[in-house]
Ligand binder design. Sequence first.
Ligand code: CIR
Length: 260
Amino acid sequence: MSLDPARFTHALCRAPARSAVHGIRADGGPDPDFPGLVAEHEAYVATLRELGLAVEVLPPLDDFPDALFTEDVALTFPEGAILLRPGAPSRAGEVEYIRAPLTACHKRLLEMTGPGYADGGDILRLSDRVIIGLSARTDRAGAEELAGLLAELGYRAEIAETPPGVLHFKTGCGLIDERTILAVPALAACPEFDGLEVVTTPPGEEAAANILRIRDTVLVGDRWLATHALLAARGIEVRPLATDQIAHIDAGLSCMSLRW
Ligand code: CIR
């Protein structure tokens, strides 16, 4: 296992389809604006490229409004990839569309067969292990099957709880550096964070927790100024990105790519 989980060289994204405005949202809020959604996605891809990643952008899938969130359908590592079983029925069919692109660039492709479910948004990679968060999308059977597949690739997994009301484990936390987690207050005491420093999101900025570290830069939603200041004070290179439109469909920065 690599020491630094953020030393990525590649990313796999998918352009938003027009149907993306109908993506799942828990609170039944308004649709995002399509041109705004595309602009956020394009800025994200450009940023990953600027940070040195080779980024492949797959074509949109109109039948699957949430397919731009490639993070949820697979896990990718230098050693191989794992096809997941997303917990939302409307997203199950996305997996077949990521199989060929992953086969093309991974020497091993493992696959969940069920009956459990797991979404990539519930998986947090640390330097020495992988945390699988149980959520409305990832059940215990899925987490246990996934832990077995991770072991085949040489990764140790631990299973954690996601607080009620938080869509995915990583909706509520992200890696600042190899030893430090940014987490919403409800996740700050997560026992699986033992041994790590946990920094909580500033009041009112819980939505900032879904940060994405790429090499030495941390991508953060551009509205979360107190979080920017908190990270900058720790010597972190912060890259603010607009997330207003993807937030309408319950997504954040990690969701829009698979990375390895
Ligand atoms: C969904 O509910 O599946 C999408 N609307 C949002 C997925 C966000 N993905 C993530 O947090 N990894």
